[in-house]
Ligand binder design. Structure first.
Ligand SMILES: [Fe+2]
Ligand SMILES: [Fe+2]
Length: 134
């Protein structure tokens, strides 16, 4: 279970709300995989996460550009890399070869990426917002 707190704030309430939604969906995924009979529910939350993350990334990238955030390019690059990794997992889930290793790996990768990326890259938006360049 991952929990959003104020230290993860980007200074943009809409972006923060999207991060909270990503955390909530990730937690639903965690819950679903803890029950072997609800693999379908887990696959559905992954489906949502892929769609929502892609949409969120576009919004956030636009926001960082508007605020001329120094990490804007780095943020875009990280999003592209993450989506490529996610696609790899997603394909395996869709093909029906869901092994316990795949479940563990997907969980670990999503959790560490979400927490680290939001905590270290997205939060840099805050100082740009405070400077009020946008
Ligand atoms: Fe980001
Ligand atoms: Fe983000």
């Amino acid at each position: 279970m991952i929990t959003w707190d104020e230290s993860m704030s980007t200074g943009v309430p809409l972006i923060d709300a999207q991060h909270k939604m990503l955390f909530q969906k990730f937690n639903e995924f965690s819950e679903a995989i803890s029950d072997v009979t609800s693999r379908e529910a887990a696959a559905e939350t992954l489906d949502f996460l892929q769609f929502y993350a892609t949409w969120h990334f576009r919004r956030e990238e636009k926001c960082m550009d508007e605020y001329q955030c120094p990490v804007a390019a780095q943020n875009k690059q990280a999003h592209a890399e993450f989506l490529a990794t996610f696609d790899g997992f997603y394909e395996k889930w869709q093909n029906g070869t869901i092994t316990p290793e795949l479940v563990r790996e997907t969980h670990r990768e999503l959790e560490s990426w979400l927490v680290n990326h939001i905590g270290h890259t997205d939060t840099q938006l805050r100082q740009c917002v405070e400077k009020g360049i946008g």
